[in-house]
Write a protein that binds this ligand. Sequence first.
Ligand SMILES: *Cc1c(COP(=O)(O)O)cnc(C)c1O
Length: 404
Amino acid sequence: MFKINDNYLKLPGSYLFSTIAKKVAAYIEANPDAKIIRLGIGDVTQPIAPAIIEKLHGAVDEMGHAETFHGYAPDLGYAFLRDTIAKNDYQDRGCDISSDEIFVSDGAKCDCSNIQEIFSLDNKIAVCDPVYPVYVDSNVMAGRAGDYDAATERFTNVIYMPCTAENNFTPELPKETPDLIYLCFPNNPTGAMVSKAELQKWVDYANKVGAIILYDAAYEAYISEKDIPHSIYECEGARTCAIEMRSFSKNAGFTGMRLGFTVIPKDIKSGDVTLHSLWARRHGTKYNGAPYIIQRAGEAVYSPEGKAQLKEQVAYYMKNAKVIYDGLKGAGYTVSGGVNAPYIWLKTPGNMTSWEFFDHLLADANVVGTPGSGFGPSGEGYFRLTAFGTYENTVEAVERIKKL
Ligand SMILES: *Cc1c(COP(=O)(O)O)cnc(C)c1O
């Protein structure tokens, strides 16, 4: 008789964005004429940049000829892409990372959720609260998070690091010592960022207590301020304690194309076993590589034309971020984020809960956002709006919110 993995039953409710989609669908069914503007899920709206499209076309044509056809990709990624990433994202920034420490994948979500597999089940994780839900949920499914306590809205075996207005939405070193620390900067959902000196504290701490930092840098391209680290490997000592995850989704619009990568320096060891070797083994067994044509498209992200076009794309979204930030601030809302990340984090007015504000915004402004409480208990009373819409929709949404 089969038995299910009942860790799945410990997950409260459905995935945040499924719940939102259901609520929006129900509203549209009841109000078919409503012009809904979606500033909820973090999906991009701008088309793939021309330099990337051109490269894609070329790669597609290659697949049609025996001499240039490509079958299974090398499971860790093609050298042309890994070399390009190592040079542009790391070596040019003074980070000591080599191309054979880069594992190409079909996105950062799978890497963020799968990486826990190479660690023992008795490791204790620490997460920012609020944060991208994938870190906690993947550990719940694995059976590492304990049980969900409905009273506190927390899992019993997870260390939550509250990120609130009092600490500028950046975590403090935890009192209880974790084994695995998930950090996401620029942060989703708050848009908060840490300085290099602050991040250095985390690296020093991890090295001191023997913890691993799982650093999600999906929004690296949105960093606009100086003295903000683009990679955790800008910090001294990160090669012995940090794994970094990156995505092509937010900087190049690959949400529907799928490409990302994880960096595991060979210096991270448990005894004489490297984490690098474990992840390579996992990749080899469970993954058959990102598509050739998509890896070629990824290469074009780093070409001079690609870089210039994507800089414009990021600037387009950040202009939206400014429209939302300035608009809501002017209307009396308490807002943060939006400077080094495409997310604006706002305090709900009149002590509404996050979901109350969601319903209010949907019904009275026809704008969809994301309830802060969906990202963790400390997100209650907050709300996330994304800058990933079109400029016109963003302006219109802000006008509607101002009129509420
Ligand atoms: C969007 C996002 C990802 C997922 O990126 P994909 O490469 O599309 O899977 C990972 N981490 C964070 C924090 C994100 O917001």
